[in-house]
Design a protein around this ligand. Structure first.
Ligand code: CA
Length: 260
């Protein structure tokens, strides 16, 4: 985490990220998906202001990445750098149906969300009264309107880019079993769109499947792992972070910086 210090609302922060090989040499090719997040810190954080602002990073295709973060409100911020890697979503499995931190059973990467557990176990041993949160990003090959489908038994809710698109979570929802739910959302090619799915199984059969279709691919299929990304801290690749405006990045953890 890099301390940015005080930032004014609406201020555009620009950074360059330089990828290094694990040997410490400059990486000369692009292809990594880089994400920066500005986290607001301090005591005067209002409840209704977002605590995390997601930046956008463009691949310069030469081992450097141009990143922008637009501060949504004034305050002190810290900056984090992540890589998004393809191969699935992070799944957090809970042994109650409220996604309670203290009941976390297992964390793993699920290549696809395409589970038909039936009467079998969802968590390590749990069949009933269990819940799962999947977190990650969808990155499609084409820019178009997609229909996102959830085929679930029992309850589910889906956020994409911070928008609650599907909400079948209340116990009072009418007959929640066997629901095939859908919502349309515009996705941009080669751009990561944050996705969060919360799922819970009450009793009996269990199923959770995340599918999509679009005009160019009209057959409804499970979103493949090649289009699903999850967030990791840079490990094999060392990132150098360079703030364009003159200021004040302090050295921290395994990240190195230059400041101008
Ligand atoms: Ca069920």
């Amino acid at each position: 985490m890099n301390h940015l210090g005080s930032v004014e609302a609406g201020q555009l922060l620009r950074f360059s990220v330089f990828a290094k090989t694990c040997g410490g040499n400059d990486q000369s090719v692009g292809g990594d998906v880089v994400r920066v997040e500005a986290h607001k810190v301090g005591k005067n954080v209002l409840k209704d202001t977002p605590l995390i602002t997601i930046g956008a990073c463009d691949d310069n295709e030469n081992g450097t990445y141009a990143c922008n973060v637009n501060a949504t409100s004034s305050g002190n911020y810290e900056l984090d750098v992540y890589q998004l890697v393809p191969g699935g979503l992070k799944g957090y499995y809970y042994t109650d149906n409220y996604l309670s931190d203290e009941r976390l059973d297992n964390v793993r990467t699920d290549a696809v969300v395409n589970f038909t557990w039936g009467m079998g176990a969802v968590t390590t041993f749990g069949r009933d009264f269990v819940s799962v949160r999947w977190e990650g990003y969808i990155m499609p090959s084409f820019s178009e309107t997609y229909t996102l489908w959830l085929d679930v038994d029992d309850h589910v809710r889906l956020w994409v880019d911070g928008n609650l698109l599907i909400d079948s979570w209340a116990f009072s929802s009418p007959t929640p079993t066997s629901d095939l739910l859908c919502a349309e959302h515009d996705l941009t090619a080669m751009t990561p769109h944050e996705v969060i799915i919360e799922y819970r199984e009450i009793r009996g059969n269990a199923r959770a499947r995340l599918l999509w279709s679009s005009e160019s691919a009209p057959i409804t299929t499970a979103i493949p792992s090649s289009s699903l990304f999850y967030k990791v801290r840079p490990s094999l690749i060392l990132f150098l972070l360079h703030r364009s405006a003159s200021c004040c990045l302090s050295r921290h953890s395994d990240l190195d910086y230059n400041s101008s």
